[in-house]
Ligand binder design. Structure first.
Ligand SMILES: [Zn+2]
Ligand SMILES: [Zn+2]
Length: 191
């Protein structure tokens, strides 16, 4: 019996195929159970008219309802653009040492920077972003190793520099395999 599992929640409308691939990729990287919740969390309450963006804080609070079981981490996945009071935008956010986090595909899409769409690029970027926010829920802060998925990234270009994998120290804290990246690329369905 694994000691923790990860529930993915669609926050606003999210392409089902993106969510399913993300679930499968995460299960390979984490070697823990990963599943998609039945519910879809609405985003309307979190919309800021001034900023034309959505409050990550409000969405995190909503994801905490109902409170997940102690062994469950709950990560929201959204297509909308997120902000925090101190940041113009964020790719994601999470409770440090808590139960919930959220990650957004909005700025991870090449279309956002005027480039042609590339679903496989988005697939790898959102995987890394979710792994990163999940690490925060285990109390991990930003890692000094640039390739570790726990290193900081405010821009998609930073995300591209990281591996979909934790360094030894970060992996030990979470109880996940260090060869997540190897498993991910070896499974034959590479991005
Ligand atoms: Zn972070
Ligand atoms: Zn690390």
């Amino acid at each position: 019996m694994p000691n923790w599992g990860l529930e993915l929640v669609s926050v606003g409308a999210v392409a089902p195929v993106l969510l399913r691939k993300l679930r499968d990729d995460l299960a390979v990287c984490l070697a823990h159970p990963v599943w998609i919740a039945e519910r879809e969390e609405p985003v309307t309450e979190a919309f800021s008219r001034d900023r034309r963006q959505y409050s990550a804080d409000i969405l995190l609070a909503a994801l905490l309802q109902p409170e997940p079981d102690e062994w469950v981490k709950r990560l929201g996945v959204t297509e909308v653009d997120l902000f925090l009071p101190v940041f113009a935008h964020v790719l994601g956010s999470a409770q440090l040492n808590g139960a919930v986090g959220i990650a957004s595909t909005h700025r991870l899409r090449p279309e956002f920077s005027g480039e042609p769409s590339a679903p496989e690029v988005v697939r790898l970027r959102i995987l890394k972003e979710v792994l990163h926010e999940l690490g925060h829920t285990f109390g991990l802060v930003h890692c000094g190793l640039s390739w570790c998925v726990m290193s900081a990234s405010l821009l998609p270009e930073h995300v591209d520099l990281k591996d979909p994998s934790y360094c030894r120290s970060c992996a030990e804290t979470m109880g996940v395999p260090r060869d997540g990246i190897l498993s991910f690329f070896l499974k034959g369905d590479t991005p």
